[in-house]
Design a protein around this ligand. Structure first.
Ligand code: AVJ
Length: 326
């Protein structure tokens, strides 16, 4: 009897069909509209117009985080520099207009500054301006999404890498994402550490006001997501057919922002149509609030050794020095 023929047929490469999820704003917006989870990443707020609106938010009387964090950074910059050490390779996650780092530069005296931001044009301008103001400081802007993989220039010999992540942007992550980000950061910042700004749990009335300002700038910022879809994706969202909803979810310790449909309506994103009910709610942002301890526990879990913490008198906001493993 003939032995069974093993592997004698010509070997053909069989393409393995692994569905690759579509990427980008259009795909994410379609997914969010289709559901079952009607939420989209807040990173899509930040086109040039969104970055401009965010800068306006930072100056609003109700929006205490920016002012408070700036106060903490200016009051304690020299103490922070003592903890961190001078001459580091400073990386900022989500640098935006590079305005907060200015409060540290004279004390921290980094050898190099690498601001990362998703809003490329905005960043390039801010970086160029900063370089003009600080001759001798090497500024290398990196356009990219720091929640994904960013490619940084190789580390500088003898300059520990220090991360700067102000503004409580960490609060945009879910707890699981925050942990994942901090684990990535702990690796990337080995031998250095992370200076992290975190907004604190407080009177919900103060929180509510900060995200529902009297001039409706926050509403415009939220609605800019749809305006951007109109500009970039050729959508035809009627901005008046949605309202800005923002509230404190006490159980989750976070502000939630949503865009809620005022009526039953049809919308279209890149050929796909969606029927939205009146009251349909697109979840556009979480802004988690922390206690000093909850933040330190999270950092510890991610592999950091929590160091000094600075806060303002009213304990509205906190800035943490987190040492990365050696
Ligand atoms: C930039 C994410 C820190 O959550 O307070 C401001 C964004 N959203 N007003 C925040 C924001 C509405 C901001 N972060």
């Amino acid at each position: 009897m003939m032995s069974p023929r093993l592997a004698t047929a010509p070997l053909r490469a069989v393409p393995v069909e692994v569905p690759v999820p579509e990427e980008g704003f259009a795909a994410d917006l379609r997914r969010a509209l289709a559901g079952p989870v009607h939420s989209i990443s807040p990173k899509y707020f930040y086109d040039a117009e969104g970055s401009r609106l965010f800068d306006l938010i930072c100056g609003l009387p109700e929006y205490y985080p920016t002012r408070t964090e700036r106060g903490i950074l200016s009051a304690y910059a020299s103490e922070m520099a003592e903890e961190i050490g001078r001459g580091c390779d400073l990386v900022e996650f989500g640098a935006g207009s590079c305005s907060k780092v200015r409060l540290l530069l004279d004390h921290l005296r980094p050898r190099r500054y690498l601001p990362i931001d998703i809003s490329g044009e905005h960043l390039e301008q801010a970086a160029a301006q900063l370089e003009r103001e600080h001759p001798g400081l090497l500024v290398l802007p990196v356009t990219g999404d720091y929640t994904a993989q960013v490619h940084l220039p190789p580390p500088l010999e003898g300059a520990p890498r220090v991360g700067f992540f102000p503004g409580s942007t960490i609060g945009n992550f879910t707890p699981a994402e925050a942990l994942q980000f901090l684990r990535m950061a702990a690796k990337m910042l080995q031998g250095g550490g992370l200076l992290l700004g975190a907004d604190l749990v407080k009177d919900p009335a103060l929180l509510h006001a900060a995200y529902n300002d009297a001039q409706d700038v926050t509403a415009a910022f939220n609605l800019n997501l749809l305006a951007r879809a109109n500009r970039e994706l050729g959508c035809r969202f009627d901005l008046r057919a949605f309202w800005h909803s923002s509230f404190y979810n006490a159980a989750e310790r976070r502000i939630e922002m949503h865009l809620v449909s005022r009526k039953r309506q049809q919308v279209e994103v890149g050929g796909a149509e969606f029927e939205l009910e009146e009251g349909f709610s697109l979840h556009t942002e979480n802004s988690c609030k922390f206690t000093v301890d909850s933040l330190r526990r999270l950092a510890l879990q991610a592999g950091f050794r929590p160091g000094a913490v600075w806060t303002d008198e009213r304990r509205l906001f906190s800035v943490h020095w987190l040492r990365a493993p050696d």
